[in-house]
Design a protein around this ligand. Sequence first.
Ligand code: L34
Length: 283
Amino acid sequence: MIISGKELSAQLKAEMAEKVKGFPALYGRVPHLVVILVGEDPGSVSYVKGKAKASAEVGIRNTTIRKPDTISEQELLELIAQLNADDEVDGILVQLPLPKHIDEDKVIAAIDKAKDVDGFHPLNVAALWQKQPCTLPCTPKGIIKMLKAAGVTIEGKRAVVIGRSNIVGLPVSKLLLDENATVTITHSRTRNLAEVTRQAEILVVAIGRPKFVTADMVADGAVVIDVGVNRDPETGKLCGDVDFAAIEPKASVITPVPGGVGPMTICCLMENTIECFLRRRAK
Ligand code: L34
């Protein structure tokens, strides 16, 4: 079974659009998401466009601010301070990665926690690990939604995550743990990786290397979630971290690239923007 993130996200966005339609009457306006894109990285340009398109579909106001990669850290921090102070802004997202001369951690920490639609702010991260109410990071949140929509039972399962990034590997591990999976986090220094991944009933791959996971690394019947968005060095087409053609026949459930986790990430960003908007209204 192939889980279509594209279809699931279309359904969820339609439900959100229905809800947002009522917001002007209830609250006087719709949620407003501001996306900051620094530089011209083609991947980032494409993802940020996807975020604007999804916003339009859901009825969320989107402002995308594009800055040259020569912007100083100070200028970026000042822009964020301005947006923090603007009561008409509900969500602030700084697309990553940033140019090397800018300290990403400092930029993320500068965003008002209540407007942190990515769930990357240190206070949101701390709340996640302490199981307190927080904004969940979009990609991990989308992964759990896909598993549930596919009818996958998470509780009691052996889950293996490849990758330990702040954006995906660590938070998705925590969410799987919260769903009562037994979680193993693997990475570049893991010995006998294939031996570990073959134990996985649920395998989440977020390593950022094209077709890194080969058929011999996956057990028959495994659920495989592919977070990678890479260019295939041979064909130049988009491909995941998983060799889809080789693994799809073995897996019980698998996500495609494109059309899998990516669209769900954007869908959850819409949900987070609505949540931030409503939480700010409630105050
Ligand atoms: N701040 N930076 C911040 N927040 C994020 O949530 C992200 N991420 C990751 C990179 N940097 C970020 C994204 O938005 C990755 N990411 C992302 C979002 C959407 C898609 C892929 C990555 C996506 O929609 N992928 C499509 C293909 C898009 C294409 O054609 O280029 C897919 O179907 O997988």
